[in-house]
Design a binder for this molecule. Structure first.
Ligand code: NAP
Length: 365
């Protein structure tokens, strides 16, 4: 058996250079909160496959990465997958992502002891209603949505009492979508936040946490509401800012716009990367996390107004103090291994040596 990198491992591997998350809470934030706690779990792999049959509803970036990693780590006996369109299902088959690719969500969950819904959060309620009558008693039903409270409210009422509903959010991603975009190393060294409802079965929580740990993630638990507040500031509002700034640049007159593209500096380029994230996914995130996003956006607007005043008043000290503080935060993130210290955020270039971690399933794109 190979080395496992569960949460108990003292030396989790360096995150894959491509797993540059679009939605990460700062680990400091997670540490300070009274709610999150790390789970002490056993090595799930000691007894062979951790789950007999994994059903993946949706095989885009996240679903296909779970499929690849679960198979690579031998965490499941078999994988059955489905997606909304025939095109994606066909591609999943071509890529060999699952043992079986089926046409409907209902067929996918038949006989599965772990069901993970990997679709845009706005669809989760309807899919829960669709799969509910077909779920095996005792199955764990989870999701990967970037918003937790609304998804739980949408899904829970449809699910039967004899399954364990345990929402989760792997805080790992890229700006790419679809089955070709996934890779087995996506979750290594990243957080997966599980938000179990009150009175959730402890053994089921441990099994799901063990699964994510087996995929390489560090696991934390917290309430869905707390998750949404943390992610609002670490992920959702930053995405909103990126969408805004790139949109503003695009609204400039044509001549200036071409100059913006031509002379785009590192800061703007990084915003364009974030603003290239999937429109459906992010529309759903903002609609589902309205409360958290608006609360953090209000604070952000107040702070931005203060900075504008400082610039207006030529108050260099205020600017300098803030920039010193933010630089320390960046260094802290690098220090705990959540990002690379390489210049330009470690972006790999074709002229550099290839990544040491192979991506055997990734498309040429
Ligand atoms: P994605 O690459 O766009 O894939 C979405 C998948 O869901 C596709 O296979 C799609 O099938 C399928 N799908 C959509 N509606 C469906 C339905 N009603 N029934 C069955 N399948 C359906 O999206 P993703 O990036 O993997 O994101 C999936 C979830 O993960 C979202 O909830 C997102 O919030 C969360 N998440 C994303 C990231 C990230 O960085 N991307 C990170 C963490 C969590 P078709 O292709 O046929 O439409």
């Amino acid at each position: 058996m190979g080395v496992r990198w569960g949460i108990e491992s003292p030396h989790p591997p360096t995150p894959h250079p491509h797993s540059r998350c679009c939605c990460e809470p700062t680990p400091d934030c997670l540490r300070r909160s009274p709610l999150p706690r790390r789970l002490a779990i056993r090595d799930p792999l000691m007894n062979g496959p951790f789950f007999g049959r994994l059903a993946l509803i949706g095989v885009g970036l996240i679903g296909s990465s779970i499929a690849r990693a679960a198979r690579a780590q031998k965490l499941v006996g078999s994988i059955v997958a489905t997606a909304r369109s025939a095109k994606t299902r066909r591609r999943a088959m071509e890529l060999g992502l699952a043992d079986q690719v089926v046409e409907t969500n209902a067929a996918a969950v038949e006989g599965a002891d772990l069901v993970i819904v990997c679709i845009p959060v706005g669809q989760c309620g309807a899919v829960a209603r669709e799969i509910a009558p077909h779920l095996a008693p005792g199955a764990i039903v989870s999701d990967v949505g970037s918003v937790k409270a609304q998804v739980a409210r949408d899904m829970a009422p449809h699910l039967p009492a004899n399954v364990h509903f345990l929402p989760a959010h792997p805080v790992a991603g890229t700006e790419y979508s679809g089955p070709d975009a996934g890779f087995a190393e996506l979750f290594i060294g990243r957080w997966c936040i599980v938000t179990p409802p009150e009175r959730a079965d402890a053994v089921a929580v441990e099994r799901l946490s063990g699964f994510w740990s087996g995929l390489g993630a560090k696991v934390a638990t917290m309430s869905a509401e707390h998750h949404d507040l943390v992610l609002a500031i670490t992920s959702h509002v930053p995405h909103l800012i990126a969408y805004t700034i790139v949109g503003t640049a695009d609204d400039l007159s044509a001549v200036t716009r071409s100059e913006v593209l031509e002379y785009s500096a590192g800061g703007f380029r990084d915003f364009t990367r974030i603003a290239a994230s999937d429109p459906t996914m992010w529309r759903d995130v903002f609609l589902a996390n309205k409360t958290g996003v608006l609360e953090m956006l209000n604070r952000f607007n107040r702070d931005l107004a203060k900075l504008a005043q400082a610039i207006e008043a030529a108050d260099g000290d205020t600017l300098f103090d803030l920039f010193t503080r933010t630089r320390a935060i960046r260094r802290g993130i690098v220090a705990i291994g959540q990002d690379s210290a390489a210049p330009d955020f470690g972006r790999s270039r074709p002229t550099l040596a290839p990544s040491p971690v192979l991506r055997p399933y990734a498309s040429e794109e």
